[in-house]
Design a protein around this ligand. Sequence first.
Ligand code: DLL
Length: 432
Amino acid sequence: MIWNETKECMSRDEIHNLQSARLKKLVKRVYHNVEFYRKKMQELNLEPGDINGIEDLHKLPFTTKTDLRDNYPFGLFAVPESQIVRLHASSGTTGKATVVGYTRKDIDIWQECVARVLAMAGIGSMDKIQVAYGYGLFTGGLGLHYGAENLGATVIPMSTGNTQKLITMMEDFQATAIACTPSYLLHIAETLEESGKINKINLKAAICGAEPWTENMRKEIETKLNLKAFDIYGLSEIIGPGVAADCEYHNGLHVYEDHFLPEIIDPNTLQPCKEGEVGELVITTLTKEAMPLFRYRTKDLTSISYEKCQCGRTIARISRFKGRSDDMLIIRGVNVFPSQVEAALLEMGETRPHYLLIVDRINNLDILEVQVEVEEHFFSDEIKELEKLTKKISRVLQDALGLSVKVTLVEPKTIQRSQGKATRVIDRRKLI
Ligand code: DLL
């Protein structure tokens, strides 16, 4: 079954008309229900009646992650709390998470978008899909889970963390599809090779995303596991996975434009980019009830094409992501801002404000090492003191980032000083 094929293949005029009608309704609702946006619009002398269609989109204010943080936790909700049925959260830039809420209808739309992605990858009700994204506040696990159930497929809710068990079940249950980060899938492939089980599995499709990956990496996954690998994109602020995904032609990711209105802007001038030009992806949610966002600056760099795809879909396509315009790192699918590390260390008060994040990829698993300068006496005192402090910092950072971290304490002045902007990150991962 192809989900909602009519919407994915409408003419460009029909898409524009639908988007315009939805945008007009959205602006009215948001103006009356979200104080933050009402104030922003008033500052711009904008009234809901000034937005008559997507041609007026540029008049609306942008929204940033900082706005979400400033309105933590529920300040941007457009419905009473009684209508919220789920909360998710992702890393904020310093300590505080960004929170998103969903009404029943938001969850239904999310499930439908993910079901469309899976259908596009050839997955149907006869398939058994292992969902190996993290379950919990991260949107990956539950997003893929409900989307696959919505499609009628059988879900095996593996989550992350136990590769051996995942492989055993993959073999025993004869799973036909898997959803996880691309780097984790390469790690699974290598573990399967080492254990001689690579020929015993029956996977035909993989739905990978949540982190940047290259076309070469996609091909390597396909060759190693003898399956078709697809790219899925999304972010919790907008809905989670299922904002866009690629089809069998892998010629860009189709954006579900009936729900998410994309723009590409120059991150410096904030002016629109031409079709095909790389810039920052900005998304307006057209149908979100609980937490609709105007012109959310994703910081993800890509380009857009409105040309009809070989597959017949007429919805816009965005190119594979070229990186981000901020310093956010994605480590094993977890978003990490260097400023979170700094905030956590400063709060402890036992370290100097000099630290370095070193990210590496070993056996296809991302490792984060944090080097921190501590006072000299820790090195002359008993070794136990140093070990104790290392453990304490590891715990604090793990709590702050939601990720295990290798902590290395170093003597004062070990970390190179810079004359200008301090280098806080060395990323040794090479995307193949
Ligand atoms: O990563 C949602 C997701 C889960 C997407 C599972 C796909 C699969 P966040 O934790 O909020 O949400 O992180 C969003 O991850 O702004 C991008 O920088 C990055 N990202 C997500 N998908 C891709 C992708 C989920 N396919 C941030 N390619 C986004 C490159 C991606 N980067």
